[in-house]
Design a protein around this ligand. Structure first.
Ligand code: FES
Length: 104
């Protein structure tokens, strides 16, 4: 496991509170921010894969477009833009349940 540095925060963030895992890499986060803000801060632009195996970046950042689906704590299709970070959170990007479980 490596630690990823946040390089793309738009403005300085507050005190770092705890780490989460993103694609098996540790990222330090601040309580109150969304998973999507963490993903963009570390430079991830392509974060999900839809049911047609197309990779997507986020679009609306307010819960409408569903293009930010990631796996959070083993639950598929969690919207990263609406999910606040929590301690011990495990985020997996570009995961496709249909492909992963051989459902299609
Ligand atoms: S970015 Fe549109 S729902 Fe999350």
């Amino acid at each position: 496991m490596t630690e990823i540095t946040r390089l793309y925060d738009i403005q300085p963030i507050g005190p770092i509170n705890f780490p989460i895992l993103v694609d098996n890499n540790q990222v330090m986060v601040m309580s109150g921010e969304t998973v999507l803000s963490v993903l963009t801060a570390i430079g991830l632009r392509t974060i999900s894969e839809n049911d047609n195996y197309q990779e997507l970046g986020f679009y609306c950042a307010m819960g409408v477009c569903h293009s930010c689906h990631v796996q959070i704590n083993d639950r598929y299709k969690r919207r990263a833009c609406l999910t606040l970070v929590r301690p011990d959170m495990v985020v997996v990007t570009k995961v496709n349940r249909i492909k992963k479980e051989g459902l299609k």
